[in-house]
Design a protein around this ligand. Structure first.
Ligand code: TRP
Length: 334
């Protein structure tokens, strides 16, 4: 039986951290065993908010090397701007997407509020989910592994596919589904009331390539008790440390023991913190070494990604040819 197709993508917004890794990317790596996976670094999406052109290209390559270092296979990875058909299909989809529905996207509302501070909200920001629909449908994906926050965008993608099918009178696109998997939501260790994220500042994320001293310092200073908790409830900071330990594979097998100590009230948080720090230090060491090795062969690696993007592009071109045909547009050979 043919393998089902999986598509996901990440924006090149700098340093990969443990929130991204445990929440999404480690799952991408695993899915490669069972599905035909295609993963994009979506640089066209990164232009929707105010940005610096030179930095964008740097970040794009950096995230490529980071993804490869943590186990994404080169042949599954492409850079969106090397497959310009995404932009072409996105134009076509614009005409199959309701403008009102775009205005109702919660991500647009959040991000446009932020962009308004700089007095500039791009039309690209409103159109962002249409480009996302193109990313997904251009590869005729069956499954899209994303978090709850992307549910609305997936629904929009399905609506576009349905409208397209209806107008052209053919069940051309299969409707993609979200692939939900148990992935932990990692919180900021400095402020467990928010998720781990780069945008909140240095203290609020731990890079997967962080040096030992940095990891130990951040975990040591992790917030544990945050005032009164409803009785019997673990505070979010402590729960976050347990999540991190489990997600990191608990190499020393301490999770259960620490948990029962917690339950009996005998846990000293420093024990838990040391276990978490040890596990992350070991993981980061491997990632750092892999990335360093890839960077030593920068030219070859970049060549491999350009080649995989070109290979993946052929599939995108095929879809766009068929879509243009169905939509009443012209292809060169007709
Ligand atoms: N919007 C996604 C995010 O912010 C990134 C993304 C762009 C994406 N295109 C996609 C995710 C296609 C899945 C499929 O995380």
């Amino acid at each position: 039986m043919e393998k089902k197709r999986v598509l996901s993508a990440i924006q090149p917004t700098g340093d990969l951290h443990y929130g991204n890794y445990f929440g999404a990317i480690s799952n991408w790596v695993k899915l490669q065993e069972k599905y035909e996976c295609t993963y994009g670094v979506v640089d066209y999406h990164a232009m929707t908010m105010p940005y610096v052109p030179k930095k964008l290209r740097e970040n794009t390559w950096d995230i490529v090397f980071s993804l490869l270092a943590v186990g994404v296979k080169a042949e599954n990875l492409f850079i969106q701007s090397l497959v310009p058909e995404h932009a072409e299909l996105s134009w076509i989809f614009n005409c199959f997407c309701s403008y009102g529905q775009l205005l109702r996207m919660t991500q647009f509302k959040d991000k446009s509020a932020k962009a308004a501070e700089t007095d500039f909200i791009s039309a690209g920001l409103l159109d962002y989910p249409v480009l996302q629909a193109a990313d997904i449908l251009i590869y005729r994906a069956d499954y899209v592994p994303v978090g709850q926050d992307q549910k609305q965008h997936l629904e929009l993608t399905r609506d576009i596919a349905q409208r397209f099918n209806k107008v052209v009178g053919k069940e051309y696109f299969v409707l993609p589904e979200i692939l939900y998997t148990e992935t932990p939501k990692i919180l900021s260790t400095a402020d467990p009331s928010r998720k781990m994220s780069k945008s909140a500042g240095e203290k609020h994320y731990i890079s997967v390539f962080a040096e030992e001293a940095r990891i130990r310092k951040q975990i040591r200073s992790a917030v544990t008790d945050m005032g009164e908790q409803p009785s019997g409830k673990m505070s979010p900071g402590v729960r976050n440390l347990f999540e991190l330990l489990r997600a990191a594979g608990d190499p020393q097998g301490l999770y259960e023991e620490l948990k029962s100590e917690y339950e009996s009230g005998a846990l000293r948080y420093v024990q838990l913190k040391d276990a978490v720090a040890d596990a992350l230090v070991a993981l980061s060491k491997v990632f750092r070494e892999c990335k360093a090795e890839l960077l030593e062969n920068k030219k070859e690696v970049k060549g491999a990604i350009k080649a995989s993007s070109a290979e993946i592009r052929k599939r995108a071109q095929q879809t766009v040819r068929e879509v243009k045909e169905l939509a009443g547009l012209l292809n060169v050979k007709c």
